[in-house]
Design a protein around this ligand. Structure first.
Ligand SMILES: [Fe+2]
Length: 278
């Protein structure tokens, strides 16, 4: 540990030591997030990145060796702050909503790690430590890949419904929110199609929000106690717009369509298929 940092090389070594602490902290945090996560796919993603993170710890240690230095760590308050923030939110949030907290914390951490590696790589190159730069680039690629996977999963969950049942599936409230969104989108599409020439740019999006209002007004009352109105994504959005919605009556008609369980599951499957593009 340096008392003062008097050269660019000392700053680099300090930052490399902070990266080591960052990866160790991240490994602990990923374990905690996996424990709190509700969906199997979220747990799996965190587990896979934990395996990558173990390698990243070793990579940093190899970088010290390549520089002919003893492995030395430096403080990394950022990862500790991110972990503390996640812990606070997990305590405050209902368990059914934990995945949103978990994925937000993971995404923030991945972005921080990417910035740390980008900075280390450019300074490694500047001092001619090419092997160090190449090693760090492998970790950067993993961080970017992990960040992209976290972001994609967070986006899918945000659209299809954040809340889960105790078994890890979507809650009734989330299903209702998704069904309302699907039905409203159908209605909105019909409303847009009825307008000649599509003169209003972005009409489809606005119409979709307006059309959701009356639909959700009906479904919000069906929300289970574990996912009260106002905490489930679909319900929150559409309840708010419901107070101002004045158009999209075609969407209302579509939203009033009664979906049995089979039809609902099919709509959800179709929506997820579109989201993932698989
Ligand atoms: Fe990472």
């Amino acid at each position: 540990m340096f008392g003062r940092l008097n050269t660019p090389e000392e700053i680099f070594s300090y930052d490399l030591g902070a990266a080591l602490t960052m990866e160790r902290d991240t490994l602990a945090m990923l374990g905690r997030l996996e424990e709190a996560a509700q969906r199997p796919e979220v747990k799996q993603l965190l587990r896979e990145h934990a395996a990558e993170t173990r390698v990243q710890v070793e990579v940093v240690e190899q970088c010290f060796a390549l520089l002919g230095q003893e492995v030395d760590d430096s403080p990394c308050p950022v990862t500790k702050a991110l972990a503390a923030e996640a812990e606070t939110k997990l305590k405050k949030a209902d368990d059914s909503l934990a995945d949103a907290v978990v994925l937000a914390a993971a995404l923030q951490t991945e972005h921080h790690e990417q910035a740390v590696y980008e900075n280390l790589i450019l300074h490694a190159r500047a001092r001619g430590a090419e092997q160090v730069a190449v090693l760090l680039e492998s970790s950067l690629a993993q961080e970017r890949g992990a960040g992209d996977r976290v972001k994609a999963l967070a986006g899918r969950i945000a659209v299809t419904g954040v809340a889960t049942t105790p078994e890890g599936g979507m809650s009734t409230g989330a299903k209702a929110g998704l069904a309302a969104g699907v039905a409203a989108a159908v209605g909105a599409a019909a409303a847009v199609a009825s307008r000649v020439g599509g003169h209003e740019e972005g009409t489809g999006g606005h119409a979709a929000h307006r059309a959701e209002a009356p639909v959700t007004g009906a479904t919000a009352t069906d929300l289970p106690s574990a996912a009260p109105a106002g905490t489930t994504t679909g319900a929150t959005t559409t309840t708010t717009t419901g107070t101002t919605g004045t158009t999209g009556t075609t969407g209302t008609t579509a939203g009033a369509e009664v979906l049995n369980d089979d039809a609902l599951e099919e709509r959800i499957a179709q929506s997820e298929h579109r989201t993932t593009g698989s």
